[in-house]
Design a binder for this molecule. Structure first.
Ligand code: GTP
Ligand code: MG
Length: 200
């Protein structure tokens, strides 16, 4: 459902900075540069709420955005991207600690959007993340990004292939574009189903 308002409520470098309100949360996870911040902006119909950039690895904090829906508020969490080849090993360890520190035992977390560029193949990062989330009882929704870069035919082929690679039911794989808005209503439907009603 299209939200009526959105605002950033926190930016955190660790658990002490996570908001305490208890609103349902949906986390946005994916490789650096896959389009996490752009998707978030498109979801809330704001051009520059979340910081998007062509320079990979620019989001090093967890950003929490409160979004108002008719069915109640929820929080979208923009997680820092993984797999940025040029970062040092110590920085990768810091990423893990930060993101796992959030995903492990975060009570308000209702689902994780796992973003994947529709043009690229899955790597171990994605195929390992799904069982990791499942073990923790966190539902995953695969979101294919940048679908505007393909023709409708190419897109159908890639969506089929990636759904099989993710081994997720077809309604848990959503083809989107932050450029054209493709798939945003379908994604909101999936988010609403996962988050349930929020605070009114
Ligand atoms: P980090 O925060 O660095 O991990 O990146 P991110 O995943 O938040 O990616 P971001 O939204 O900053 O987008 C990265 C680049 O991809 C930017 O240049 C965006 O304009 C571009 N981009 C994102 N989504 C789309 C899309 O749907 N279509 C097209 N054509 N470009 C996109
Ligand atoms: Mg980002």
């Amino acid at each position: 459902m299209k939200p009526s308002a959105a605002e950033r409520v926190a930016s955190a470098t660790g658990p002490e900075g996570f908001p305490r309100g208890g609103l349902p949360e949906i986390a946005i996870l994916g490789r650096s540069n896959v389009g996490k911040s752009s998707l978030l902006n498109q979801l809330v119909a704001r051009k520059r709420l979340a910081f998007a950039s062509s320079k990979p690895g620019t989001t090093r904090l967890l950003h929490f955005y409160r979004v108002e829906r008719a069915s109640g508020a929820l929080v979208l969490v923009d997680l820092p991207g993984y797999g940025f080849a040029r970062v040092a090993r110590s920085e990768r360890a810091a990423w893990r600690a930060l993101v796992e520190g959030y995903l492990n035992g975060r009570a308000p977390l209702r689902a994780c959007l796992l973003l994947q560029d529709v043009r690229r193949e899955l790597t171990d990062d994605e195929t390992l993340l799904l069982p990791w989330l499942a073990e923790r009882g966190i539902p995953a929704i695969a979101v294919l990004t940048k679908c505007d870069k393909l023709s409708a035919n190419e897109r159908r082929t890639r969506v089929g292939r990636l759904s099989a690679a993710f081994d997720l039911p077809r309604d848990r794989v959503i083809a989107t574009s932050a450029e054209s808005g493709l798939g945003i209503p379908a994604l909101w439907k999936a988010i609403d189903a996962a988050a349930g009603d929020g605070e009114r």
